[in-house]
Write a protein that binds this ligand. Structure first.
Ligand code: ADP
Ligand code: ZN
Length: 518
C-alpha cells in the first residue's frame, strides 16, 4: 500500500478517496502546485493533510477562520497527528512551545492566520524548519471582487518567492472563472494544476414552492415522500425551531430541536441521536450542520428563505451524501422577502456590505422565481454551465405556468402610488380588493380611483404578484412598516411600454386553507 492510501485508512479511517482527492494529493506528492475548487463538504482538508503527513517536514496551512483552525487541530490531534496552530489567541509560552517543536521537526501540520506571514519573524521561523507544503485555504479571500477579501492574502505570494521548492495548494469552495484566474495570478499559481470539481449534486431534487400553509405543506411532504426517514428542517428563528419540533412530535415524528440557545449537552445529545438512530428529524437554525457528516439524510426542508444562494447550496448539500435520491424543499413567501430585506438593510457594517447582502438575497429570490431549470441556475451562479435542463427539479418536472401580469402589475403599482408609498402589502391589497375595513376608511382610501379595481384576483394571488414585483426590482420594501415604494424600473411598465409575465400560483392542494376574503 502506498503512503497516501495508508494514511487515509490508518489515520483518517476511510477506505477510498473521494472525487479528485487522489489526483490532487499525487500532484503535491510530486512537488507540484495545485489550485482546487471543490464545494463545501467535498473533502478539501484531506487534499493537504495527507500529503503533509506523507512528505518529509511540516505542512503549513493558512486559514482565516480561527474557530475552524482550532476544530481541525483538535480533530487531527485526536487522530494522533502532531498538529498545532499559531494565532493571536495563543499565550506566548504556548506559542514558543509550538515554534520549538516545528524547528525540531516534531510537527506534522501547523495552522497559521494569514497576518502572521507579514511578520518577518514568522518567515524566519519557517526558514529554520523543514516544510512539506503550503496550503492556502479559502483562497478566494485574495480576490477583490468577492465578499471575503482580505488584504493579508495579497502578501501570500511571498511564499513562492521565499520558498520556491515547497509545493503549494490553494483551495476554495467559491470561485467563478474570473475569481479563479485572479487567485492564480495573485498567488503566483499560474503553473499550478487546476482541479475544478462540479458543484452538481444530481441525486438531490430541488423544489421551491410558495408558502401557503407551511405546516400542512411540510406534513404532506413527509407523509407522501419521506415517512420514517432522516432529515433536517431549517427555520430562521429559535422560537420557530422549537414550536416546529414540538408540532412535528405531536404529528408522530421524532423531531429534535437544535439551535445555539440550547444547552451544549442537549445539542450534543440531539446531534448524537441524529447520527446514530434511524428516522430522526432535526429542526434547526443554520447553527446545525457544520461538520455533520451523515450520509443518509434523505431530505432538507427550509421553512424560511435562506439569505443567499451559497447558504441554500450548503444547507441543501447536507442531503444525500450517499448518492441516493434525496429532496431539498424550500417554502417561501412575501413575509420572508420583507424580513430578509429588512435584515440586510439593518445589518451592521458599511453601505457596501449592505449592498452586497441585498444583492445576494436578490440572487436567492431570483432562484425562487425563475421558471426554467433550478439546477442550471444554481450551477450557473457558481460559474458552471449545465448544457441541458436537469429533469430532476420542480421546474423541469412540472413546468410552471405563466400569465400576462401586465395589467395586474399596473394596478398594484398605481395603488401603491395613490396610497402614498407608505403602506405595506396587506393594506395595499385591501384597497385593491375593495375591503371595507377600518384602516382603509380611516385613511379615506375607499375614495381612491384604485379602490376595488382588483377584485378579479384573490388576496393570495395579489401577494404573489407583489412578491414577484419586489423580486424583480419594481417595488422596494422600506422602513419599519415594510412600506412598498416604486422604483425607477417601473416607468416602462406604467407607461405601457413593457409587458410582464408572472408565474401562476400552483392549483391549491386538497385541504388547503381557502382564502377567507374571497
Ligand atoms: P471541505 O473542507 O471541502 O468543506 P472537509 O474536508 O471538511 O470538506 O470534508 C467534509 C467531510 O467529508 C468530513 O467529515 C470528512 O471527514 C469527510 N471526508 C473527506 N474525504 C473523505 C473520504 N475520502 N472518505 C470519506 N469521508 C471523507
Ligand atoms: Zn431542472
Amino acid at each position: 500500500m502506498d503512503a497516501p492510501q495508508e494514511i487515509l485508512e490508518h489515520v483518517f479511517g476511510y477506505t477510498r478517496f473521494r472525487g479528485q482527492q487522489r489526483q490532487i494529493i499525487d500532484t503535491l506528492m510530486a512537488g507540484r502546485d495545485a489550485l482546487v475548487l471543490m464545494p463545501t463538504g467535498g473533502g478539501k482538508s484531506l487534499c493537504y493533510q495527507i500529503p503533509a503527513l506523507a512528505r518529509p517536514g511540516c505542512g503549513v496551512v493558512i486559514s482565516p477562520l480561527i474557530a475552524l483552525m482550532q476544530d481541525q487541530v483538535e480533530a487531527l490531534r485526536a487522530a494522533g497527528v502532531r498538529a498545532a496552530y499559531l494565532n493571536s489567541s495563543l499565550p506566548f509560552s504556548e506559542a514558543q512551545r509550538v515554534e520549538e517543536a516545528l524547528v525540531r521537526g516534531e510537527m506534522d501540520l501547523l495552522y497559521l492566520a494569514p497576518e502572521r506571514l507579514s511578520q518577518t519573524r514568522t518567515l524566519e521561523l519557517l526558514r529554520r524548519a523543514e516544510l512539506s507544503l503550503f496550503a492556502i485555504d479559502e483562497a478566494h479571500c485574495v480576490s477583490q471582487w468577492g465578499h471575503d477579501f482580505r488584504a493579508d492574502y495579497l502578501q501570500l505570494n511571498c511564499l513562492h518567492e521565499q520558498f520556491p521548492h515547497v509545493p503549494r495548494i490553494a483551495l476554495t469552495a467559491t470561485a467563478d472563472r474570473r475569481t479563479r484566474a485572479e487567485i492564480a495570478r495573485r498567488l503566483d499559481l499560474e503553473n499550478a494544476e487546476h482541479f475544478v470539481s462540479s458543484f452538481d449534486r444530481p441525486n438531490i431534487q430541488y423544489r421551491i414552492a410558495q408558502k401557503d400553509n407551511p405546516r400542512r405543506q411540510l406534513l404532506q411532504f413527509l407523509r407522501s415522500e419521506h415517512q420514517g426517514q432522516a432529515g433536517i428542517v431549517y427555520c430562521l428563528s429559535r422560537t420557530k425551531v422549537e414550536s416546529t419540533a414540538n408540532w412535528l412530535c405531536q404529528q408522530g415524528y421524532t423531531a429534535l430541536p437544535y439551535h445555539a440557545g440550547l444547552p451544549a449537552e442537549m445539542r450534543a445529545e440531539h446531534q448524537r441521536r441524529f447520527l446514530r438512530e434511524d428516522g430522526i428529524i432535526v429542526v434547526a437554525t443554520i447553527a446545525f450542520g457544520m461538520g455533520i457528516d451523515k450520509p443518509d439524510v434523505r431530505f432538507v426542508a427550509h421553512l424560511d428563505l435562506p439569505k443567499s444562494i451559497e447558504a441554500y447550496y450548503q444547507e441543501t448539500g447536507r442531503a444525500g451524501r450517499d448518492g441516493e435520491p434525496s429532496t431539498a424543499l424550500l417554502l417561501y413567501g412575501l413575509e420572508d422577502v420583507v424580513k430578509l430585506s429588512q435584515m440586510a438593510a439593518d445589518s451592521d457594517g458599511s453601505e457596501e456590505h449592505k449592498r452586497q447582502e441585498s444583492a445576494r438575497l436578490n440572487a436567492m429570490l431570483g432562484l425562487c422565481e425563475i421558471t426554467s431549470c433550478r439546477r442550471q441556475a444554481l450551477l450557473h451562479y457558481f460559474g458552471e454551465e449545465l448544457p441541458e435542463p436537469c429533469g430532476n427539479c420542480d421546474t423541469c418536472l412540472n413546468p410552471p405556468q405563466t400569465w400576462d401580469g401586465t395589467e395586474a402589475a399596473a394596478k398594484l403599482l398605481s395603488c401603491v402610488y395613490r396610497t402614498g408609498q407608505r403602506f405595506g402589502a396587506a393594506h395595499v391589497i385591501d384597497v385593491l380588493r375593495g375591503s371595507e375595513n377600518e384602516k382603509v376608511r380611516k385613511f379615506g382610501h375607499d375614495t381612491l380611483s384604485t379602490y376595488g379595481i382588483g377584485t378579479d384576483l384573490s388576496a393570495s394571488e395579489w401577494r404573489a404578484v407583489t412578491r414577484q414585483l419586489v423580486v424583480r426590482g419594481y417595488l422596494e420594501v422600506e422602513g419599519e412598516f415594510h412600506s412598498l415604494r416604486l422604483t425607477e424600473a417601473c416607468r416602462p411598465l406604467l407607461r405601457g411600454e413593457e409587458r410582464i409575465q408572472l408565474r401562476k400560483l400552483p392549483p391549491k392542494a386538497k385541504g388547503a386553507r381557502s382564502d377567507a376574503s374571497k
